[in-house]
Design a protein around this ligand. Sequence first.
Ligand code: DQA
Length: 158
Amino acid sequence: MARFRILVLNGPNLQLLGRREPEIYGRCTLDDIRRQLEGRAAELGVEVEFVQSNCEGELVDAIGAAPGRFDGLVLNAAAYTHTSVALLDALRAVQLPTVEVHLSNPAAREPFRAHSYTAMACVGIVAGFGADSYRLGLEGLVRYLERRERSECDESGS
Ligand code: DQA
């Protein structure tokens, strides 16, 4: 049985990855990313479930339904990152450890991307490494959950 169950939530337009502005987001499709992440999750002994929606309310619902089913979230809220108080409130309501991920580095792009509502409720952020951001985010989250389980300090290195 998996040690942890992780919900990987994807926001608007990410279903277009591979074709969408590949110079910014790369050539991997969301399916490629899902497969890579499932492979890494198996190595780590955890389970991931992938969800993508273009609707803010569906993402809010998915976060609201996560407690009891999932131990943590990897979240790429895409454009809602920069606009959604509703997603921030949902994350705060469920109190599940969440790592925000982005393929690009929003802080190095248009000024309106510099602010993230969702990051205010996250334990960490990984941005700018393309599809690898998801893998790094998953690894960071699993490490966070392990530490929390063992009540270790950050610096344990084990
Ligand atoms: C994104 C960055 C957001 O600013 C943008 O709206 C996206 C994708 C990323 O993964 O780089 O849709 O979240």
